[in-house]
Design a protein around this ligand. Structure first.
Ligand code: ACO
Length: 352
């Protein structure tokens, strides 16, 4: 039987570390000002989110989301001992594309040197923080059916350019960082039902569409984009909106349910799982999920403390971070549970 194997993994975060101490003084160009631009502080941020620092791209327009993805992709290809030309499909999960259209997968295809030489399929998907698990489900379906044989799945975000660096935007602004994670999948012949990607689930509830979103424009209006850079009060559409309480409640519910369903559907227990890698939305959410789902704490891997919330990148970035630290090893079985804007949520069990 053909099953889906992870051939390689890579991640990348920009060099600039932005600490909770520095963050309140940053203006919208990420330049530190003499006075606080945002009424927040390290104590509140750590207490409510667990975040200590995050990474930002340079403020000189030199780096786009596709560049973050390109660095992670090169590392994943090296890890898989593959060349870019071996790819026959790119799936790009992001809420922060280089531009509205076309999607960013085709930009990455060009940066990988494939444009005009390898016309591989390029998909952009938009499930925000659930994007990597949604993309894993797509990759698994493509591989098992023989549709494609070398699928690159990208989770990449450049958050720091679309955050509101004022007290008005502080509930969201403190949460997010820039980063990318990439996995490459391929087929393997095996009858072991617990090899490779074992299980994936993907869910959504459009009732949550207004609780966590970034509109930028409303296509039903004329003009469809109404942005006056001089009028910051007027520019609500340009910044993310979040009903924190509803997100917290629904995230815990969705992640607990998808985690428990993944174990039930596969007949596994936590004895069969080496690591639990939850989406890095907020450490307090993950602590609640671990408590409610009775997950052994020693199996839980987080990275939000040092990278913040990198949305579609959090799962591969966390796995790669702890692989580099010597914790995650090839052959380990991982259960990942995610929740995101939409609302969307899901889970995956896979042998790394
Ligand atoms: N610094 C200081 N004070 C803040 C900040 C901040 N960064 N953000 C909000 N506050 C204040 C609010 O102004 C409010 O003060 P007030 O009572 O004087 O008005 C108080 O903190 C509580 O604010 P609420 O909006 O009521 O926030 P809540 O108690 O829900 O806490 C938080 C906000 C931490 C975001 C919480 O809702 C939460 O953890 N929600 C989960 C959402 C989340 O973490 N999302 C991650 C991204 S979504 C995803 O990845 C799926």
């Amino acid at each position: 039987m053909i099953r889906t194997k992870i051939l390689g993994l890579g991640s990348y975060v920009p060099d600039r570390v932005v600490t909770n101490e520095e963050l309140p003084y940053l203006d919208e160009r990420h330049v530190r000002q003499a006075t606080k631009q945002t009424e927040t502080d390290d104590a509140w941020i750590q207490k409510r989110t667990g975040i200590k620092e995050r990474r930002y791209v340079p403020n000189d327009a030199s780096v786009a989301t596709s560049d973050l993805a390109h660095e992670a992709a090169k590392r994943a290809l090296a890890d898989a001992n593959l060349q870019a030309n071996d790819l026959d499909c790119i799936i790009f999960a992001t809420l922060s594309p280089d531009f509205h259209f076309p999607g960013t997968a085709v930009v990455l295809q060009r940066k990988l040197g494939l444009a005009g030489k390898n016309d591989c399929a390029c998909y952009d998907i938009r499930q925000q923080c659930s994007g990597f698990v949604y993309g894993m489900q797509m990759a698994d379906a493509f591989i098992r059916t023989g549709m494609y044989k070398r699928v690159m799945l990208v989770g990449a975000e450049l958050h720091s350019h679309s955050l509101d660096y004022t007290t008005r935007g502080r509930d969201v602004m403190v949460l997010f960082g820039d980063g990318a994670g990439v996995a490459i999948f391929g087929p393997m012949e095996t009858d072991d039902a617990r090899a490779g990607i074992v299980y994936t689930s993907a869910h959504a509830d459009g009732n949550g569409a207004n609780d966590l979103n970034l509109k930028i424009f409303e296509i039903n209006r004329l003009p469809y984009l109404d942005y006056d850079p001089r009028d910051r009060e007027h520019n609500q559409l340009m910044y993310p909106h979040m009903d924190g309480k509803r997100v917290f409640l629904n995230a815990v519910r969705g992640m607990v349910m998808s985690t428990n369903t993944a174990l039930a559907k596969t007949g596994m227990s936590w004895d069969d799982i080496q690591w639990f890698v939850p989406h890095q939305a907020n450490l307090r959410i993950n602590e609640k999920v671990v408590e409610v789902a009775k997950i052994p704490p020693e199996k839980v891997l987080n990275s939000i403390e040092i990278y913040g919330n990198t949305t579609a990148a959090t799962v591969p970035l966390t796995i790669d971070h702890w692989r580099k630290q010597g914790k995650v090893k090839r052959g380990d079985r991982i259960l990942s549970s995610v929740f995101g804007s939409g609302f969307t949520w899901g889970a995956a069990i896979f042998t790394f």
